[in-house]
Write a protein that binds this ligand. Structure first.
Ligand code: ADP
Length: 606
């Protein structure tokens, strides 16, 4: 990546950190600066004390230096510790904030992109790299601290070494200014050499982490999830899937044994780094000692110059490290930003539906194919849904009923044709306002590990009376009376230890209560009753139909009996609406699809 792009990526990374982890960077930077300065203070004072001891030996001055050394050390340590504490707290918090970056993006991206394998892989890779190795944003935070240490270290050590070259020994060769570039060269070689080695180490690490993403994922699944996840426990026992898990874990063991090469390689680089650094430092010391022996400065200054030179080499190496680190993390940031920059392709207008109006919906020649799929799932669908009517979508599994509903709520846009709300294309509406018109209960609805009230209201602040009313309407009252904390009872035990476990049927009633609570003018029930038998399902549908009598309601089921009470039934077959009419009209058409399906299913209802 070019330097300019790296700067851009780094700045954008800082922007993201500032937004999601406010205060983290200032805390890290000031802690790093304080941390770097402390040794310089002690180097400077030690030199003064030794110079005094080897020179005039004024007790009073020595005492002042000692007291100042102790006080300055104490004060700086206090500041450093306080800053470090803040920085550590902020840093541990950053791991809680990072997921928000991904969830914000997921929430705001097109629904169709959530199903796009490539996009989701892109996200997964960025997440795994960040959470497992800190690659990208976390490394940016750590390396920024490293960069500050390098810069503060270089400035402070140059300030302490400058007088080394100005001091005169009387010997022209030793005092020659030529030693300045020589020293810079040595420090540079040590620094750059160290940096280059670190880059090599990082490259091996990069290759190694490519493999470990797979390794960790497989390990987490076969080592933990397979056994910890209750929803899998039954299948694992019945089909003895633990044997497959053992086999996969053996593969991981084998991978581990073969992988030792990379780890050994990585440990060679730090050793080489130390060697180069030691050599260059040593040559610099020779110069300092010769100059001191020739009387250019007192013996205490040796401590200052040697100490400062060690720090200078170290800081230069840190600067090179910061640069190599930047090359690496900007590559990761680039991948993260590529994911975060995925545009919302879904167009939306700013038209707001009139809340006072009863709404008519019209599907006009609508055809649809799922992204990446060859097959049309809906073909030339035409239907008008008039306000207040009960509409049933029936048909075999896979006929296209749920897809119809997904298009209606704009999770996807039609490939051809239009969906109109009150005569206006739904793309022209503000999508947040548009979605307010609907209450949905999906096949695979999800409740959260929150309180019952929060689940029903889908909000933390809610109208208690209204929530209780909805509980009554969906016949959840009896179970509700057993719940000791009433609406504050927590569902499930993911978060609250005393959370209440609820059955599938109870969860479904809560989901229905949530749909009632929203009180939207159009209600959609998409087979949330899959766990019930056909007769119970038919009961739920017709009871719910009575509850939302004045609203437009759309019921989806592959069980025909559930929807008998509806005004109009749309019969789906292979993505097409093949019949429309009431149950009585359709059941008598002996050559129709409805008649065929009805007879096939009738045995359940007789
Ligand atoms: P129904 O609700 O009538 O059972 P769906 O509308 O769910 O049917 O599915 C219709 C067809 O679309 C099925 O063949 C199904 O496999 C396919 N399908 C559903 N969802 C997706 C998806 N996200 N990506 C690709 N194909 C899908």
């Amino acid at each position: 990546m070019r330097f300019r792009e790296r700067i851009q990526m780094t700045r954008r990374g800082y922007g993201l950190i500032r937004k999601y982890c406010p205060g983290l960077l200032p805390a890290k930077v000031s802690a790093a600066a304080a941390d770097t300065l402390i040794p310089f203070v002690s180097i400077w004072f030690s030199a003064r004390i030794i110079n005094e001891i080897s020179g005039e030996r004024k007790i009073q001055r020595i005492a002042v230096y000692v007291v100042l050394t102790v006080l300055a050390g104490f004060a700086l340590s206090m500041i450093k510790n306080a800053l470090n504490k803040v920085a550590e707290e902020k840093e541990s918090g950053m791991w809680n904030y990072f997921p928000k970056i991904f969830s914000d993006k997921q929430l705001n991206m097109d629904y169709s992109d959530l199903e796009d394998q490539e996009i989701q892989k892109q996200k997964q890779k960025a997440e795994e790299n960040l959470y497992m190795f800190g690659n990208g944003l976390a490394q940016l935070v750590w390396d920024t601290a490293g960069l500050v240490q390098a810069v503060v270290g270089i400035v402070a050590s140059v300030a302490l070494t400058a007088s080394l070259f100005l001091a005169r020994s009387g010997n022209a060769a030793v005092d020659s200014p030529v030693w300045i570039p020589v020293a810079i060269l040595l420090v540079g070689v040590a620094g750059i050499g160290t940096g280059k080695l670190r880059k090599k180490e990082e490259t091996v690490f990069e290759q190694w982490t490519e493999g470990t993403v797979w390794f960790n994922r497989t390990f987490m699944f076969f080592g933990h999830t397979l056994y910890d996840d209750l929803s899998r426990a039954m299948d694992v026992r019945i089909y003895r899937q633990d044997k497959i898990a053992d086999r996969e874990m053996e593969k991981l063991d084998k991978h581990n044994r073969e992988d030792n090469g990379s780890i050994q390689k990585m440990s060679v680089y730090p050793a080489l780094t130390e060697m180069i650094r030691g050599l260059c430092n040593g040559l610099c010391y020779v110069y300092v000692v010769i100059k001191a022996a020739m009387g250019a400065f007192p013996v205490g200054s040796i401590v200052q110059y040697v100490g400062a030179l060690i720090k200078l080499v170290q800081s230069c190496a840190e600067l090179v490290n910061a640069n190599s680190g930047n090359i690496i993390y900007t590559e990761h940031l680039k991948k993260l930003f590529a994911y975060l920059d995925i545009p919302c392709k879904k167009k939306q207008g700013d038209y707001r539906p009139d809340p006072e109006k009863v709404h008519t919906i019209e599907f006009k020649n609508v055809s649809f194919r799922y992204p990446g799929s060859e097959q049309s799932v809906l073909k030339n669908v035409n239907v008008t849904i008039t306000p207040g009517k009960k509409l049933a979508l029936v048909g075999a599994n896979g006929a296209g009923k749920t897809t119809f509903v997904k298009l209606l709520c704009r999770l996807y846009d039609p490939e051809e044709g239009q969906i109109l709300l009150d005569g206006r294309d739904i793309k022209e509406y503000d999508s947040k306002e548009y979605i307010k018109l609907f209450s949905y209960v999906f096949q695979d609805f999800k409740l959260f590990s929150l309180s019952l009230g929060e689940n029903i209201a889908a909000a933390t602040e809610y109208d208690t009376e209204k929530a209780l009313e909805c509980i009554k309407k969906v016949s959840f009252e009896e179970r509700y009376r057993d719940m000791q904390d009433g609406l504050d009872t927590c569902l499930y035990r993911d978060i609250a230890e005393d959370g209440v476990m609820i059955s599938g049927g109870e969860a479904q009633k809560i989901a229905l209560a949530r749909a009632l609570y929203k009180d939207a003018p159009i209600v959609v029930l998409d087979e949330p009753t899959a766990a019930l038998d056909p007769i119970a399902e038919a009961q739920v549908y017709s009871d719910f139909g009575k509850l939302v009598d004045h609203k437009t309601a759309i019921y989806v089921s592959h069980r025909l009996s559930s929807c008998r009470f509806c005004d109009t039934i749309l019969v789906f077959d292979h993505g097409e609406i093949v019949q429309t009419g009431s149950h009585e009209e359709l059941v008598n058409k002996r050559d129709g699809k409805y008649y065929e399906l009805w007879n096939a299913q009738a045995k359940y209802y007789v």
